[in-house]
Design a binder for this molecule. Structure first.
Ligand code: ZN
Length: 135
């Protein structure tokens, strides 16, 4: 269970980071391009042309076309959303576990595995055994 929780947190953090990076990139590019294209009659072809003609200089001799950065930003955003959706699914899998009381051997469903819990049958403080993780 701890493994699933860790995956969930890592996935969520990664998904959010990717979404944030993608959105920031797209916003920054649009912020830069907008004053140059907003005056033209057809905004989208003008924007496309602008993105193909302008470079972004990272320094160290690394230059990339704004269009490539736009594609990378969009890809990061899409991948971030995908990772977020997948993390939710992983978390959902971890939500249904079957626990067993070590004393009365009764089983019950729980939202997640716990180190300690109260058995709903014999009402004792027990360390329930994880019988099954439902998919
Ligand atoms: Zn019990």
């Amino acid at each position: 269970m701890r493994r699933i929780a860790t995956h969930y947190i890592t996935g969520y953090a990664l998904g959010f980071a990717l979404c944030l990076v993608g959105l920031t990139m797209l916003a920054a590019i649009l912020w830069r391009a907008w004053p140059n294209v907003s005056t033209s009659h057809s905004v989208f072809p003008a924007l496309e042309q602008y993105l193909w003609t302008k470079d972004f200089d990272f320094g160290f001799g690394v230059r990339l076309k704004l269009m490539h950065l736009t594609i990378m930003g969009a890809a990061a955003l899409a991948f971030g959303i995908f990772v977020l959706a997948f993390s939710r699914k992983v978390f959902y899998v971890g939500k249904n576990v079957l626990l067993q009381c070590p004393f009365c051997k009764n089983q019950w469903k729980a939202s997640r595995a716990r180190g300690w819990g109260t058995c709903p049958y014999c009402n004792q403080m027990v360390q329930p055994k994880v019988v099954k993780i439902r998919k």
